[in-house]
Design a protein around this ligand. Structure first.
Ligand SMILES: Cc1cc2nc3c(=O)[nH]c(=O)nc-3n(C[C@H](O)[C@H](O)[C@H](O)COP(=O)(O)OP(=O)(O)OC[C@H]3O[C@@H](n4cnc5c(N)ncnc54)[C@H](O)[C@@H]3O)c2cc1C
Length: 440
């Protein structure tokens, strides 16, 4: 691989997809064929203490959502931490949770602690030499060029590539709800932030009055409890009457390779119909309200936020709840309102996919996401494969989880190699890779 031309380029290369691609390619001796482009200084930044998931203590993932990729020695359950312990050994599996609400009753010992999972992934990255494939920069522009792409980085470097794998995650798509936008943008910078991206320095939060304007998703509850423990006086304006979560694994089938493969083989319209029809049960993680209360969070149930405005250097929030119209003043407000992935709005892609060149789904649960061809490439463009949440219309409901990296990505890699002109020989057909040479 030279920097003039790279066969396969993964954008978002330090996330789970980048690590999974590296392990899969390395297992097959295809070291020179790919670049992992990412400005992040560490692996899996979303799961680190500065990442979007930093308020999450326990992941919702079953043990199958790991980086084994066919090698049991690389499974999260087999991973040995630096102190000799195996903190992910007891994590529940898909077969343990046939009841879609079972996750709500699983004790901590059966769950993956975020920090342990991160150490597991970082150990795999280090021991497998993943860093040498990383181009430490952000993609500034992606330009269609013949039957491939020209990749321009924000440090001035540029190169051509045949295939792009798009795995930039949720961070570029965080949002406040449409009706809030007129007043939200008038609020003073530094007083009103998106919770998952907020400056959560405890010194900044201590003794401050913080309103978390939430949907009722578990992430909003985690944010509120975390900020309260950091010393803020937190009020959670919770839209519903209970914390809710689309539980993982809602229906284990969606996470299994065979099911995912069968789903990808369906005709596009049928896939969208199934996505629309499938009910994802919501339930509460055990102890969520208790943990928030113990941390000192004041919860206002059924709060509909109407308006917020600057007042005396802080923010006055107005809302309605069962007691009528109410208002209070806070030092800070955080919107814990999640994200809406809209790949057409990615700044580095906007030119390439504008004017109808990159078609997207127009309605339903996959609205705004790429329409792909039979192989999973975004239609009407040189080869570009959406991954993670962006692959929801093709991979199904598990696309928004780690299953996209460990299960969906390996399914599409034979086509990716073919598009990139990389001949894997017989190695690509190998079922299980060689065990990881952990100490190498
Ligand atoms: C609060 C929260 C909790 C979650 N909990 C779970 C869970 O318990 N289990 C689970 O399976 N999933 C969970 N998820 C979903 C999680 O997002 C996915 O599992 C996974 O991290 C998505 O992988 P990804 O590769 O798509 O994106 P990410 O892991 O977000 O990685 C995106 C990468 O893209 C890079 N990037 C962004 N822009 C550019 C650019 N212009 N150029 C180059 N690189 C760029 C970023 O630096 C980053 O490294 C959670 C998500 C959130 C927000």
């Amino acid at each position: 691989m030279t920097l003039e031309h790279v066969p396969i380029t993964l954008i978002g290369g330090c996330g789970p997809h980048g690590l999974a691609l590296h392990l899969w390619m390395r297992d097959r001796g295809l070291d020179g064929a790919y670049a992992l482009v990412d400005p992040a200084p560490t692996w899996l930044p979303t799961y680190g203490d500065g990442g979007l998931a930093r308020f999450t203590e326990w992941l919702r993932s079953p043990r199958e959502l790991d980086f084994s990729l066919g090698d049991p020695e690389r499974a999260m359950t087999a991973w040995c931490d630096a102190d000799g312990s195996r903190p992910l050994q007891g994590v529940y599996g898909l077969d343990d949770v046939t009841d879609p609400h079972a996750n709500a009753a699983l004790p901590p010992a059966r769950r993956a602690r975020r920090r342990a999972f991160l150490r597991y992934a970082q150990t795999l990255a280090r021991d497998s030499g993943a860093d040498q494939h990383v181009l430490r920069a952000a993609v500034r522009r992606l330009v269609p060029a013949g039957d491939g792409w020209r990749v321009e980085l924000d440090d001035g470097r540029a190169f051509s590539t045949r295939v792009v794998l798009l795995a930039t995650g949720l961070a570029p798509h965080l949002r406040v709800p449409e009706p809030w936008r007129p007043w939200w943008r008038q609020l003073p910078a530094g007083r009103a932030e998106l919770a998952l991206r907020a400056d959560a320095d405890p010194a900044r939060l201590r003794s401050r009055r913080l309103a978390v304007l939430g949907s009722s998703n578990a992430a909003a509850w985690e944010v509120a409890a975390w900020a309260a423990r950091a010393g803020a006086h937190v009020t959670l304006l919770c839209r519903r009457g209970a914390p809710i979560e689309r539980q993982l694994p809602f229906d284990g089938e969606w996470f299994r390779g065979a099911y995912m493969r069968a789903f990808t083989a369906l005709e596009g319209r049928e896939r969208l119909r199934r996505l629309k029809r499938t009910h994802v049960p919501s339930s509460t993680l055990p102890g969520t309200p208790e943990a928030a209360r113990e941390a000192g969070v004041e919860v206002v149930w059924g709060a509909r936020v109407r308006y917020a405005t600057e007042l005396w250097g802080g923010v006055q929030v107005q809302w309605s709840d069962a007691r009528g119209e109410r208002a209070d003043r806070f030092d800070l407000v955080w919107a814990a309102t999640g994200g809406t992935p809209r790949p057409r709005e990615l700044p580095f892609l906007a030119d390439a996919v504008g004017a109808g060149r990159g078609p997207v789904v127009v309605g339903g649960p996959a609205r705004g996401l790429p329409v792909t061809d039979g192989q999973g490439r975004w239609q009407r463009l040189p080869p570009i494969y959406p991954l993670g949440h962006l692959a929801l219309p093709r991979a199904g409901l598990a696309a928004a989880t780690l299953a996209s990296a460990g299960t969906y990505l390996p399914l599409i890699l034979p086509d990716v190699l073919a598009d990139a002109g990389v001949d894997p020989g017989r190695r690509a057909l190998r079922g299980a890779p060689q065990p990881l040479e952990a100490a190498a």
